[in-house]
Design a protein. Sequence first.
Length: 339
Amino acid sequence: MEFLDAAHGDCCLIRWPGHAMLIDGGPAGTWRRSLKRRLNDPEDPVRSFDAVIVTHTDDDHIAGILDLVQANADAHDDHRPLPYAIGELWFTFPTKPPAEATPNEQDAYGASLRQGNNLAELARKLRIRWRAADLVPGWTTDLHGLNVTVLAPPVEATERLATMWKWDAEPAGFTGSTRRPDYGPYNAASLALHLEYQGVSALISGDSRGSVITNGLLRAPHLTADGALTVNVLHVPHHGSGANSRPEFFERIRAETYVISTVATNRHGHPHPEVLGWIVGSRAKEESYRLVFTNPPAASVREKLTALQRGRCFQIVEREPGRPSVTAYPSSLAASILP
């Protein structure tokens, strides 16, 4: 499982013997900077995908996927072999901007809508199987041994996007942040997935809210009787935003590796230092685990990490300069299943 340099966005490449999946493609520039380079690596190329997945249509998740599919469309138009084989395309998107959005929000949502429409048109042109209706909590499929379970979004999130769907009140007990919860309608419709292959598991959160993910885990059901889950890799929701998680989320869901996909210069200040505190505070001081960053964090985040590391055993891992991705699994803390 590799997380690519997607700047402030997300891009994850997952491989298991003979197969691959791509989840999100980062914002504009990711294709040229890291994704195309990784897929065309002459020593380890990836040219075929069982599924290409867009968690939601925000630019920092869909733009690189558009570039990937456009590369196939260009080859199609030039009567050349397609450079990439795509078995299925998974994504959902609304039909119009939210009715209650401000003019600035209308512009932002309209841009995402155009990108979603562009991807849909390319999928039709290339006759890629487009999966959308199945992507509801509890739906499970087996992709050649990789078990995939959809945890989010709730059905009402996708049905009501066009009317500026709002989150329900926080479930009882989910407290701990002074930040206003994330009410963004496109983030509300973000896919979250639980993946499992031969005992290795991951939770891909997209930009979902932590409380919605735990509700999906209960519906699946994946949580144990005491409401807990342990995974090898946890993709921290919404780049480590304090508006999408609460301390209880990390107390319920523990991981060997926590991945935060962002860049120091992002305008939202991700990851928020309080989220790092929640992650570390959910673990015993003697426990070993990793915090993996797709890009070097900001100085304020480094300062927070230095303070959190005192007397604790967790490791900090960053993508190496010059490399397009960082590997989240296999890790030094787990035996590799993959050949």
